[in-house]
Design a protein around this ligand. Structure first.
Ligand SMILES: Cc1ncc(COP(=O)(O)O)c(C=O)c1O
Length: 387
């Protein structure tokens, strides 16, 4: 059967060159613990330093500003938790948005239960946070603002540089979840003006279970998530995941070298998909911002159909897609992102997300458009949602 993978925001296949690089650090003499002072440890220590340099270069950061983590979720938790507790003597107010990934949203809510004062900002119908709303929410007690660069469910790109400017003027720590944007659009920490920024390996053809947190030089850091050894300059205890870190660095190198050409290619496929779908099928609308969106991201609402039934029908045709975020599909709760955008709960169930990647072609888009028409027709015919 023809197989088409349209779920790159969920995860990506590991690039063969990344797998090769990782294999190198699972075999032979490359097993050392970088904290050891003998040959085995020292050579690995050097390799981690090179990997750190690669990440730093890609983000326009200094090497000392990169901390390796176990992925996007840990980076988000570490950033918000660390910044909030380190600055608790200055204030207790945290600002975030209603459309953040749960790794941010639930961390902020957990801090709310621990006595922090939290503001969860609304978004407009495109899923965009307003800079004016951020400005209005800031108080003398605000210590952290966490706003994502691009939304995983609807692809909308947030005005992070303007928020960064505000945060800097008010000397508030600004964290940006760049898990979805990194590798698809430029992510440079000085252009964004953030103090903390999260990335994840498995969204960029790297391995799962590894990521990084950028911590701007000079950012006070007194609170670690983990208690343990002095790794990562006392900011993240635990023996380093060497194959993961080396794989992440390789993935970063590959994805940044090809970013401009690949983004343009994906954007043209994405636009063909959006145009094809909305012109061929009735009662379908694009979700997220029409132009300020990730180049590989197309997301829709279909009236009178359940997202889950579309996924199953597409899967039978060999097409992998998602409804809402991968983490929320499987639950019957409508997506918190779509609800925050003002989509009625009964409509939010009809969401479909198609996220493109490096192996997708025009033929994949054509195949999808050909099979989608009959699927929608059949599901709507059977649907109790239609009168
Ligand atoms: C915006 C965003 N933040 C954080 C995460 C979590 O990253 P990880 O899967 O590496 O823990 C995801 C994963 O889907 C995401 O899309």
């Amino acid at each position: 059967m023809r197989r088409v993978y349209f779920d790159h925001s969920g995860t990506t296949p590991v690039h063969p060159a990344v797998a090769e690089e990782m294999y190198r650090y699972l075999t032979g003499e490359n097993f050392g613990n970088p904290s050891s002072v003998h040959y085995y440890g020292l050579q690995i220590k050097k390799k981690i330093a090179e990997a750190r340099d690669k990440l730093a270069q890609a983000l326009g950061a200094g090497s000392g500003e990169i901390v390796f983590t176990s992925g996007g979720t840990e980076s988000d938790n570490m950033a918000i938790h660390g910044a909030a507790y380190t600055n608790r003597n200055k204030g207790n107010h945290i600002i975030t948005s209603a459309v953040e990934h749960h790794a941010v949203l639930n961390t902020v809510k957990a801090l709310g239960k621990q006595g922090f004062d939290i503001t969860i900002l609304p978004v407009d119908r495109y899923g965009m946070v307003s800079v004016a709303d951020v400005a209005a929410a800031i108080t003398d007690k605000t210590i952290v603002i966490s706003i994502m660069h691009a939304n995983n469910e609807v692809g909308t790109i947030m005005p992070v540089a303007e928020i960064g400017k505000l945060a800097r003027e008010r000397k508030i720590i600004f964290h940006v979840d760049a898990v979805q944007s990194f590798g698809k659009i430029p992510v440079l920490v000085d252009e964004i003006g953030c103090d903390l920024l999260s990335i994840s390996g498995h969204k960029i053809y790297g391995p799962k279970g590894v990521g990084a947190l950028y911590i701007r030089k000079g950012t006070r850091w007194k609170q670690s998530l983990f208690h343990g050894g002095a790794q990562e300059r006392l900011r993240r205890a635990g023996t380093e995941n060497i194959p993961g870190i080396m794989g992440l660095a390789k993935a970063v190198e590959l994805v940044t070298a090809n970013l401009v050409q690949e983004s343009a290619r994906l954007k043209s496929l994405r636009d063909k998909l959006i145009k094809g779908l909305t012109s061929r099928i009735e009662h379908v609308s694009l979700t997220g911002h029409p132009t300020m969106r990730l180049p590989n991201h197309a997301s829709f609402l279909f009236k009178y159909i359940e997202g889950e039934s579309m996924l199953l029908s597409l899967d039978l045709k060999g097409i992998a897609a998602s409804t809402g975020s991968a983490c929320t599909s499987g639950s019957l709760e409508p997506s918190h992102v779509l609800l925050a955008m003002g989509v009625p709960p009964e409509d939010a169930h009809g969401s479909l997300r198609l996220t493109l990647g490096k192996d997708n072609t025009e033929e994949d888009v054509d195949y999808f458009l050909d099979v989608m028409g009959p699927i929608v027709e059949k599901l709507r015919d059977m649907s109790p949602l239609k009168d």
